[in-house]
Ligand binder design. Structure first.
Ligand code: ATP
Ligand code: MG
Length: 389
């Protein structure tokens, strides 16, 4: 592909050799979305984060990858050690990360990996006021797309039920929302208060703080975690008010169990990768929350159930000849939009089957896509047919 290596290297402050080498090793790949051509960093190269993208336009606009958020296994003493003085506690929403930018007058939704996602890009204008990016074209809005009706992390959030159609008794609802949690300019995050003020000005939804504490007030933070756990929510992100040090994440027992049950439903595709880290988190959490015999046993039982029930269910399914898929129910506005999204899934090598497809109204198209987990089905089938482990 025709790219000006010297310009790319200048723009990213990387040696030309490093850029060439990354292209050869296919760490940099070339992509296209409609008339926009861009390159993606699939892995971290020097100071360039994974998921960074550079548009091959006049300006060679760069959108930096979203940095990794480190995890605390115990809140005490990690929070005291890491933060400077005050800590803002925000809810950690369980959806997918999206960076929203305005490139040559067009608002785009970029996934963590650095792809312009056609589904996300179309929904953005429905979910938030994008004027903010017209007035401030230099910023990147970073947010979490949540809800049941998205193609990556389907998880129901009652607060994002939206009516997309209503006529008398006939109501069509979509469970989808977007909450901004960070505004970045290059590699710098706006201080939290400034971020909130700007977002409020444009009426853009953002994650609300659950509290501001002195870094020593860990008991209060632990109580928030317990409350979120009882409400079936994912966890917290702790932030320095001025974003002078990186945020830290901490998640609930509820979410660890959810993760395990997803992992073991797709045993041989996700199991190994997910299991160890979730179990470790549970061990440290039980210790930190001073659990007695009874609580520990309750935890053990719920972890065990999260693993064994979905795993056995998958074995049963395969034994009956059924396909193992993770299903996503999505709403589009046209056949063309559906086709564009399915093309995108093929481009990113996600195998899928279309399970349902119907036109509900003039411009409401509903589709259920099953993401196929090939290893899980093949391995289970082969063991059931007598293969040795
Ligand atoms: P990471 O590489 O950051 O560890 P991950 O893929 O392991 O990412 P998570 O464990 O979900 O993801 O944790 C980090 C992600 O949490 C962020 O990238 C962001 O998408 C999401 N997130 C949800 N709520 C918030 C919030 N309030 N502040 C910051 N990030 C949030
Ligand atoms: Mg997440």
């Amino acid at each position: 592909m025709d790219i000006d290596i010297s310009k790319v290297s200048e723009k990213l402050n990387l040696d030309e050799e490093v850029v060439k080498n990354a292209i050869e090793r296919r760490v940099i790949s070339f992509c296209k979305y409609r008339d926009k051509r861009y390159i993606i960093f699939k892995k971290k190269v020097r100071h360039i984060e994974r998921g960074t993208i550079l548009f091959l336009n006049e300006e060679m606009d760069v959108v930096m990858g979203y940095p990794k958020i480190r995890r605390a296994l115990v809140l005490d003493p990690t929070v005291k050690k890491h933060f400077i003085d005050k800590v803002i506690v925000e809810e950690k929403l369980n959806g997918y990360n999206v960076r929203i930018v305005n490139i040559d007058g067009e608002v785009l939704g970029i996934t963590r990996g650095g792809r312009i996602c056609p589904f996300t890009t179309k929904k953005i204008s429905k979910l938030l006021n994008t004027d903010i990016l017209e007035d401030h074209p230099e910023i990147t809005l970073c947010g979490e797309v949540i809800g049941l009706n998205n193609p990556y992390v389907p998880h129901y959030y009652p607060e994002v039920d939206r009516e997309i159609y209503k006529d008398g008794d006939m109501v069509i609802k979509e469970n989808l929302g977007l909450y901004v949690f960070d505004i970045r300019e290059g590699n710098i995050s706006l201080p939290v208060e400034k971020r909130n003020k700007l977002l409020e000005e444009y009426n853009v939804p953002y994650v609300k703080p659950l509290g501001v504490f002195k870094k020593e007030d860990i008991e209060e933070i632990k109580n928030i975690v317990l409350k979120l756990n009882s409400e079936g929510r994912e966890g917290i992100i702790l932030k320095d008010p001025d974003m002078m040090v990186g945020p830290i994440k901490y998640t609930t027992h509820y979410t660890h169990c959810e993760d395990l049950s997803v992992a073991f439903r797709y045993t041989f595709d996700l199991g190994i990768h997910f299991m160890f880290s979730r179990l470790i988190r549970e061990g440290y959490q039980s210790y930190e929350f001073n659990e007695g015999e009874e609580e520990l046993e309750r935890r053990a039982v719920s972890i065990g159930k999260s693993i064994i029930y979905p795993m056995v269910e998958s074995i049963r399914k395969v034994s009956k000849g059924e396909l193992i898929t993770e299903d996503f129910e999505l709403y589009f506005e046209s056949e063309e939009d559906i086709e564009e999204f399915l093309r995108y899934l093929r481009e990113v090598h996600i195998s899928y089957v279309v399970k349902e497809r119907e036109v509900l109204k003039d411009n409401i198209y509903r589709i259920v896509i099953g993401k196929v987990y090939p290893s899980t089905k093949d391995k289970i089938k082969s063991y059931l047919e007598g293969s040795l482990w």
